[in-house]
Design a protein around this ligand. Sequence first.
Ligand code: 5GP
Ligand code: ZN
Length: 131
Amino acid sequence: MCIFCKIINHEIPSYTIYEDETIIAFLDIAQATYGHTLVVPKKHYDTLLDCPEDVLCHMMKVTQMLTKQIMEKTQAKGFNILNNGYEIAGQVIMHAHMHILPRYEEKEGFVIEMHENKDIDLAQVQELLTH
Ligand code: 5GP
Ligand code: ZN
């Protein structure tokens, strides 16, 4: 059984901040920013792509609701909502989840960087994705 399933089954403790029939949200054990929260379906799906539509939609609704609530309570100036899909993209726990990262400073425990790859031909990508 995966570690998030154990949290859901109350086999290991968590700092839960929200729970309903299908979703649980608890504080990430390694707080990258103050209030860093994980939103997790109670049923096990490996990645976001494996979640049925109703679960996915509800998870996103809860994520939005909790992000608003966390922003209000913490006075965060912004937020990142993040999902890592598979190991190459940084997924460590193979149980689908969203990260809510309230943001206070530009440089803090979580920093996102995108660097343009000038070798990628947009026309070729469009051709691939539309045919
Ligand atoms: P991923 O890299 O899979 O997107 O994120 C997994 C997250 O789960 C990490 O940020 C990590 O700190 C968190 N995590 C791992 N083990 C536990 C745990 O036992 N309890 C809680 N609350 N968070 C955990
Ligand atoms: Zn699981």
